[in-house]
Write a protein that binds this ligand. Structure first.
Ligand code: LER
Ligand code: MN
Length: 300
């Protein structure tokens, strides 16, 4: 694992508000899907996350009925854990349900699937992430505006349903290999501005940002108060410190914009889940302690 620099060549503002809260990605047994750190039953992943010192988890589900809300809430309370968000990407990856699909029936099924998560999210006090389910617009330039409008209309329907249950939707910007229209934070911010729904927030994933953004800090500053969740990930999608991204600068920027949400490790379980989870948390905590030390606060 790389070491954060002992001295930092920049001036930072004093630490504002609470220290960061950390979460990691989890999924229920059986589904093989993306950068998930812990897999197992809700009982297993929650107790493991708590043992590793985490404050919260993200839960990726194909369907809402994969978890029992009452039992999961009880275990979360026992462990003092927050369910930060329910990830919906499996519906797109496993079943091809997306909001930008040319077939209205597929779009309807995608919306229904996302809405299925609303009672669960309400019961567990969680948000809902929308990323891959936004789908792709395709190469036909004549069709793209129509498909984008259809996708935004599906998103608006989900946001409205979630708003009445007091739930935040996190809309994620994905790199060009995963989305053909919501790549930069500003693409996602445009959607948030267009829809004008108060419960739609931006999810910034530093793995995707490393591919798409010219300057991560400048983009995060522009996102400012719209930022609801951060996937704090290195360039190779491993734990912060395993790659070559300047995670210190990212953390410094988050403190500058007074980001109060979770830092979530949506990372590959390498070299193994436990090691990756430990490396991520200890590296992030070391960055925080460096940034809050009087030495580094005063450096120009
Ligand atoms: C997909 O690449 C991603 O970053 C996830 O957060 C989607 O749920
Ligand atoms: Mn992500």
């Amino acid at each position: 694992m790389g070491e954060p620099p002992a001295r930092l060549p920049f001036l930072i503002r004093p630490c504002q508000g609470e220290e960061m809260k950390f979460s990691l990605t989890t999924a229920i047994n059986g589904e093989s899907f993306g950068p998930i750190l812990l897999r197992g039953s809700p009982r297993e992943v929650l107790s493991q996350a708590a043992r590793l010192g985490y404050d919260g988890v993200e839960l990726h589900l194909l369907r809402a009925d994969q978890v029992d809300p009452v039992d999961t809430q009880k275990r979360m309370n026992e462990h003092g854990l927050t369910l930060v968000t329910i990830g919906t990407g499996m519906a797109a990856k496993v079943e091809g349900l997306t909001f930008a699909d040319p077939n209205p029936e597929v779009r309807r099924q995608a919306v229904l699937r996302v809405k299925e998560h609303i009672p669960l999210a309400a019961a567990l006090g969680s948000g809902i992430t929308i990323a891959s389910v936004m789908g792709r617009l395709g190469d036909d330039s004549l069709q793209r505006p129509r498909r984008r409008a259809a996708a935004l209309s599906c998103l608006a329907e989900c946001c409205n349903a979630a708003a009445s249950a007091g739930i935040t939707i996190f809309l994620e910007a994905l790199n060009r290999y995963e989305s053909d229209y919501l790549n930069k934070l500003e693409d996602t911010l445009s959607v948030i501005t267009e829809l004008e729904t108060h419960n739609l927030k931006l999810l910034a994933d530093t793995f995707h940002m490393n591919i798409e953004e010219a300057d991560l800090s400048a983009s995060l500053h522009r996102a400012g108060p719209h930022l609801g969740l951060v996937h704090f990930v290195d360039s190779n999608r491993e734990a912060p410190g395993h790659g070559h991204l300047d995670m210190v600068r990212v953390m410094k920027t988050l403190k500058e914009i007074n980001y109060q949400g979770f830092l979530s490790f949506e990372i590959l379980p390498l070299p193994n889940p436990q090691q990756a989870a430990e490396d991520a948390l200890s590296f992030a905590r070391r960055i925080l302690s460096i940034l809050s030390s009087p030495d580094t606060r005063g450096m120009g």
